[in-house]
Design a protein around this ligand. Structure first.
Ligand SMILES: [Zn+2]
Length: 77
């Protein structure tokens, strides 16, 4: 299982803690992309001023994997 890492975030424009995707999040992203993905996708867990979590997605090896930035949907809690 991949571990959290500090990586650059395209949205925050700084180095922030990123966590690997949970199985549910991975399934969601695979649905979005229409293909299976490996374990190298991470989400930014930096807190934003409005109280949300950034949730911008990137690959470990590629900062700008998506042509436009892509983030996970906010959880319905
Ligand atoms: Zn971020």
């Amino acid at each position: 299982m991949p571990k959290p890492k500090t990586l650059t975030c395209q949205t925050c424009r700084s180095r922030e803690l990123h966590e690997p995707l949970t199985p549910d999040e991975k399934k969601w992203l695979e649905g979005q992309l229409g293909n299976r993905i490996g374990d190298d996708f991470y989400k930014c867990v930096n807190g934003l001023p409005d109280g949300r979590i950034c949730l911008n997605l990137r690959r470990h090896s590629v900062e700008k994997h998506f042509a436009l930035t892509k983030r996970l949907p906010d959880k319905k809690e």
